[in-house]
Write a new protein. Structure first.
Ligand code: FHN
Length: 444
C-alpha cells in the first residue's frame, strides 16, 4: 500500500535532478552546542516519528486532502471533528521510552498546513479551529523535558492550504488538482512571514527543542526557499537545534543531519533518496511501523518487532539512526498494534542496546549476512542472516583480544590473520533476530 499516489515516479525524477547539485556545507560554521547536539543525536540511534493531524479523522493517511482531490472548503470541515480527548502526553513519551527510543519527532504541521500548535500567525491551527482547543505540542514538550527525551518538530514547507503557497508545486499541477485556492499569492510572504513566523513560535515557546525536520521542498525544486534566512533564524534562536531536511538531495549549507526516507543511507529502493551519502553529518533513516505515516484504518501491513529490530541494527551498521513512525488515532490514542510491537522492541533494546546506543558504523562493511557497529575498544558483529558454523570477516585494524556473545557472555572461538577474522559461531540456543558477537580489539 502506498501512502500517496504521487510519490514514487515524480520523486524519482526530482531526486535525479537534485543529485547533480554538488554537496555544499562549506559556508556554514555550526556552533559548539550544535556540534555537541550532533554527537548526542548519533548516540541516541532510535527515535519515534509521529504523524498526527486533523487528517486522522478520515483514517486514510496524511495525504487524504490530495488523494481525494478535496477542496479547501471541504477540508476546512475536518478540524471541527478533531477532539482528541484521550491524548496523554505522558503516555506517549513513556511509550517512546519503553521502546528504547531516545527522541521524538512530531508533525507540527503537515502538507495540509494545519498547525497542531498554538500559532498566532494564522487561525488555521488546533487551538482555534478544533473543539479540543488545546496545544498538544506544548504538553508533549513539557512532558518530554520532564522525562528527559528530546523533541523535534517536523515542519512541512509544502502547503496545500495557504493561498500564498504560489506558484503551486508538482503535487497540485501534475495531478490537475485545483483545490479552490486563488490563482495568485505572495510567495515571499509565505516564506518570510508565515513560515518563519511559525518557526519562530516553535523555537521560542516550547523550551529547548532537538531541531526542525523539514519536508516538502521537493514539491517545488526550482523555487527560492530562502533557506539561508530560515536556517539562520533557527540557529540564531536555538544554536543547538538540528536542521534535518527531507529534501531527498545532498546536504545544503546550514543543515545538520542528512536524512533518508524508507531506505538506508545510499539506497534508493523506495524512489525518494539521493544515493549521495555525506561523511560530514549524522545520518538518519525514517520508516513506518505499518505502511502509512498518518493513521490509516485500512493499513494492516504491520512490521513485526523482529523486522523493526533488524531495521534498527542495519541502520546502526550503516552509521545511521532509525526514526520509526506511528500515526496516532484522532481520539489521541495509539493503536494497540503499535503499542505491543514497540514494547517488544523495547525489551530487545534493553538486552542488546549496548551494541546500538552510542555506537558508530563498524569497520566491517554492511553485507547480507549482517553489519558491524563500534564503540571504544569494542566491535559488535551483528549476525542477522547466516546459517554456517564459520563466519569469515575481512581484516580489521588491531588485534582481537576476545570474542564473546552479547547476552550470555559465552566465549566465541576465533582466528585472526592478515586476511581477516574467522569466527566459530556457537549453536543457537534460541531463534534470535541478531546474534551479537562482541570483539574486544587492542588499540593500535
Ligand atoms: O509526503 C511526505 C509524507 O507524507 C511523509 O511525511 C514522509 C515522511 O518522510 N515525507 C514525505 C514524502 O517525502
Amino acid at each position: 500500500m502506498k501512502t500517496h499516489k504521487f510519490a514514487a515516479g515524480t520523486l524519482l525524477l526530482l531526486t535525479s535532478l537534485f543529485a547533480s547539485l554538488a554537496p555544499a556545507q562549506s559556508a556554514y560554521q555550526p556552533a559548539a552546542e550544535n556540534l555537541k547536539a550532533r554527537q548526542e543525536f548519533q548516540d541516541a540511534k532510535f527515535g519515534m516519528f509521529i504523524h498526527w493531524g486533523v487528517y486522522s479523522v478520515l483514517g486514510d493517511g496524511e495525504w487524504v486532502f490530495h488523494n481525494r482531490k478535496l477542496t479547501v472548503q471541504e477540508y476546512d470541515r475536518l478540524p471541527k471533528f478533531f477532539d482528541p480527548e484521550k491524548f496523554d502526553a505522558k503516555a506517549w513519551v513513556a511509550l517512546a521510552k519503553a521502546a528504547g527510543m531516545k527522541y521524538i519527532t512530531i508533525t507540527s504541521r503537515h502538507h495540509d498546513g494545519f498547525a497542531m500548535f498554538d500559532s498566532k500567525v494564522s487561525d488555521w491551527n488546533i487551538v482555534q479551529r478544533t473543539p479540543y482547543g488545546k496545544d498538544p505540542l506544548k504538553m508533549l514538550a513539557d512532558e518530554a523535558h520532564r522525562q528527559g527525551i528530546k523533541l523535534f518538530f517536523y515542519y512541512s514547507q509544502l502547503d496545500w492550504h495557504n493561498p500564498d503557497y504560489y506558484p503551486r508545486g508538482a503535487t497540485e499541477t501534475e495531478g490537475g488538482w485545483h483545490n479552490g485556492r486563488p490563482d495568485h499569492g505572495d510567495w515571499n510572504a509565505y516564506l518570510d512571514d508565515y513560515m518563519d513566523g511559525q518557526l519562530r513560535e516553535l523555537l521560542t515557546n516550547y523550551g529547548p527543542i532537538g531541531g526542525i525536520w523539514f519536508d516538502g521542498m521537493w514539491d517545488k525544486p526550482d523555487a527560492d526557499w530562502h533557506l539561508a534566512k530560515t536556517y539562520a533564524l533557527i540557529h540564531q534562536l536555538q544554536p543547538a537545534a538540528l536542521i534535518i531536511p527531507n529534501h531527498h538531495r545532498a546536504p545544503l549549507p546550514g543543515e545538520d543531519v542528512q536524512t533518508f526516507e524508507r531506505d538506508l543511507p545510499g539506497q534508493n529502493t523506495a524512489g525518494f533518496n539521493t544515493k549521495f551519502v555525506t561523511d560530514q553529518l549524522p545520518l538518519e533513516s525514517c520508516n513506518t511501523l505499518n505502511d502509512s505515516w498518518g493513521f490509516n484504518i485500512g493499513d494492516h501491513a504491520y512490521k513485526s518487532a523482529e523486522e523493526v529490530e533488524e531495521m534498527l541494527v542495519r541502520a546502526a551498521g550503516n552509521n545511521s539512526n532509525l526514526l520509526l513512525n506511528i500515526g496516532p488515532m484522532p481520539n489521541g490514542e495509539i493503536q494497540q498494534e503499535f503499542v505491543t510491537r514497540l514494547h517488544d522492541v523495547g525489551e530487545w533494546m534493553a538486552r542488546y542496546g549496548e551494541s546500538i546506543y552510542g555506537t558508530r558504523g563498524g569497520p566491517i562493511a554492511p553485507a547480507d549476512w549482517g553489519v558491524s557497529t563500534q564503540k571504544a575498544d569494542k566491535v559488535y558483529v551483528h549476525v542477522l542472516h547466516w546459517s554456517g558454523k564459520l563466519l569469515a570477516l575481512p581484516p580489521i585494524q588491531g588485534a582481537v583480544r576476545s570474542a564473546r556473545m552479547l547476552g550470555d557472555d559465552a566465549s566465541v572461538a576465533f582466528t585472526q590473520n592478515r586476511d581477516g577474522v574467522v569466527l566459530t559461531l556457537p549453536e543457537k540456543k534460541e531463534r534470535k533476530v541478531d546474534e551479537v558477537i562482541v570483539l574486544t580489539v587492542a588499540k593500535q
